[in-house]
Structure formats: structure tokens, C-alpha cells
Design a protein around this ligand. Sequence first.
Ligand code: ZN
Ligand code: FE
Length: 284
Amino acid sequence: MRIVPIPCLRDNYAYLVICEATRRTAVVDPSESGPVLAALQREGVGLDAIWNTHHHLDHTGGNKELLDAYPELEVIGHVLDQGRIPGQTTFAGDGDEISLGDEVRARIIHNPGHTRGAISYYMPDLAAGRPEGQSEAGTIPSAAAVRPAIRSAIFTGDTLFAGGCGRLFEGTPGQMHASLSRLAELPEHTEVFCGHEYAAVNLRFAAEVEPGSKAVAERRKKVDQVRQNGQPTVPSTIAEERATNPFLRSQVPAVAASAQANESPANNSPVEIFAALRRWRDRF
Ligand code: ZN
Ligand code: FE
């Protein structure tokens, strides 16, 4: 299994998910068709499925033209997005399993908050078939194989971002806080592939929320360097997000104190602190 990030529009990411055994390929959140078609050609694969994380146009804008090129596509989205995702053929719910070729199994996690039909695609146990560090039999490890194999990965759309989270367009702070809390409980090594390149501004905000955090300062430095080199900051890991993403940290006393000083939340509950952080970020 291989994941190929595709920069789209101004700051969106689509992703190819390629089952290397069968060459079957899905695209996550095709904002537009052009860069996706170019990536398919570069990789020498066709397209079998679209995995949409939610209905917003910057995540589904390429659906129609990709369907024109590949009329047999499976188009997956949440059942609540029925009528809002162009060409949708599969109406998924929380806990549903989907598959692609031999290697790829993904579980749907329903994350209401950004929109009511927002979902993540979680792929656990990716290395199950192949012990870590071992390349395919008889082949010499390539440069690409030097990077340790991904053990588990998740596509989070506009729910969990690197260092931040999506705006609350159709959900309550309580819903979004619960959605993010579920993602925070995934195994710490899980690689997070989100929908937008917002890491730099998100980490600038995180540094304002937790000025004393060494972890935030170090991640911010790393992110700024990566962006200066024109590279994508994805993926991050659940461990990094738990350590530095203020929206996963409303139970941390320093974060709560900071939210109180800036947004006067109604009380000190994690949901109220989360809501205050989100309001603060909206005007940041
Ligand atoms: Zn969105
Ligand atoms: Fe978006």
C-alpha cells in the first residue's frame, strides 16, 4: 500500500491510495480532477474509487470529471451526505469497513462537527502482512524503502488538521470535541493525512495558546522549515497531535488557563474550553 499526496487548489490535499499488489487505486477528496489525473498517469495506475471525507466543494469538486473518465467508480461518503456528494454510490456509516484490492482495508469513523456527514478513513494494521523493515522477497530495498513502512494511517479531511481542527459549520462544540477525542485515542503511531496545508498558521496559534510548551515550539520550527523547502507537512502522527494540537488538549491546565484569559468560557469543562479555543482561533 502506498499513499501519494496531491496538492490541489490553493492549500488542499487529495491523496492516492494504491494497493501495490493489485494496482487498484482510490483517491481521497479530489478537489479538482486535473492534478489527480496527472498523478494517476505518473503512477501508471487507473482509478477505482473516490473516498470523500465530506461534501464541501474543495473535497468533491473533481468527482464529476473523474466519473466522466472512469464511469465505474465507487464513490464513498457518509449516508448523511446523500444528495450532497456528486456521484455517490456508497452510503457509509460509522464502523463500516471498506476495501481496495488485496492490501487496503479502511474503517469509517463518523466525525460530526465540521459538517454533519464528516468521516475519517482509518487504515489499521497496514504492515500486518509484512514484518517491519522487510522488503519484498528477492528485491533490493530502494530509497523509498528506507522510510519505515506505515503501520496505520488515517485520512481526516477537515476534522483533525496538523496542529488544528476544522471550523464548526454544521455541528456543536460538543460534537466536534467528541469527534476529535475519538481520533486522539487511536494508536499513537497512526499517520495523519489531513485535508489542508494549514500547519504553519495552526502551530503559530498553538504557540500562542501554550507559550511555555517546548513540544509546540519544536514542532513549529520543524513545520516552518518544511514549508520553506516547499514540502508538505503531512503526515503527522497522533502522538504529535496529542502533544501539540491545542484542540486535543482542552483538559490540560495550561491550555484551559489560556482559553480563560482570552475567551472567558462559561465554565472549565473540556467542551467549554474547546469551544473557547475554537472561537479564539476563528478570529486569530
Ligand atoms: Zn470542509
Ligand atoms: Fe476543506
